[in-house]
Design a protein around this ligand. Structure first.
Ligand code: NAD
Length: 249
């Protein structure tokens, strides 16, 4: 059992999840690294351990309720509790298509991972946090969850869903010591934006953003750490944009 605070991070094998897990570990949290991608998850685990932090990888498919339940149980078995959960696993699917051209397969896949996956995580994290007397959950939405994102209809729908789910759950558990918020990143330098089919589109769009650059994954992680920490104890049920003023226009 760990005497440290414990952070559970999905999507910890890459990008925003990986960077945030690293920040949690640097802040002294023991970290449970949940991801479908074992190679990426093990790399994050090795990097955190090499830096002197505490990390354990667990294989997890957030679109599979039993897999999520197992990973949450593994976290509790390994470290005894979950103080902070960052639900960052996500996909952009077959982005770049018009809404009428989205396939049923793509629709179902993106909703399953990006929306239902967040609910699966919360439905196992919340009872654990209630049992232990409190905790903080941050769901990773997107600026695409605050306004429309053309050519990413299902992604935008799923992320709006994450914002709605976060607000509803934030209302329900505010008085019980479980704080539930969402972070809404703008365009961030990760494999999702830099290795996928949207790279050229995103690189063009970034030039016209107020800040004129991509965000770094650690800039999202810093907001997540704040949301999970003792400086944010009155912050409940919010969806906070961290986007270089992208949505301020
Ligand atoms: N990069 C951006 O600009 C941006 C902007 C807004 C929101 N987001 C959101 O941030 C989150 C992280 O994205 P990222 O940019 O770091 O992407 P990424 O592709 O670098 O990392 C996503 C991680 O999620 C994991 N994952 C995917 N499907 C999974 C599943 N079914 N079960 C478990 N793990 C799974 C992947 O293996 C990967 O390690 C996502 O929810 C994404 O929608 C990203």
């Amino acid at each position: 059992m760990s005497e440290r605070k414990v952070a559970f991070v999905t999507g910890a094998g890459s990008g925003i999840g990986r960077a945030t897990a690293g920040l949690f570990a640097a802040r002294g949290y023991a970290t449970m690294l949940a991801d479908l991608n074992e190679t990426g998850g093990r790399e994050t685990e090795a990097a955190i351990r090499a830096a002197g932090g505490e990390a354990t990888f667990v294989s997890c498919n957030v679109a599979d309720d039993a897999s999520v339940q197992n990973s949450v149980e593994q976290a509790v078995a390994t470290y005894g509790r979950i103080d902070a959960a960052f639900n960052a696993a996500g996909i952009d699917g077959d982005a770049g298509r018009l809404t009428a051209d989205c396939t049923l397969e793509n629709w179902n896949r993106v909703i399953a991972v990006d929306l239902t996956g967040v609910w699966y995580c919360m439905r196992h994290q919340i009872p654990q946090m209630l049992k232990q007397g409190g905790g903080a959950i941050v769901n990773c939405a997107s600026t695409a969850g605050l306004r429309g994102a053309a050519y990413c209809g299902v992604y935008s729908a799923a992320k709006h869903g994450v914002v709605g789910l976060t607000k509803a759950a934030g209302l329900e558990y505010a008085a019980q010591g479980v704080r539930i918020n969402a972070v809404c990143p703008g365009m961030i330098r990760t494999p999702m934006t830099q290795a996928g089919p949207m790279k050229a589109v995103i690189d063009d769009m970034v030039v016209t953003t107020p800040i004129g650059r991509l965000g770094e994954p650690e800039e999202i992680g810093a907001a997540v750490l704040w949301l999970c920490g003792d400086d944010a104890t009155f912050v409940h049920g919010q969806a906070i944009a961290v986007d270089g003023a992208l949505t301020s226009r």
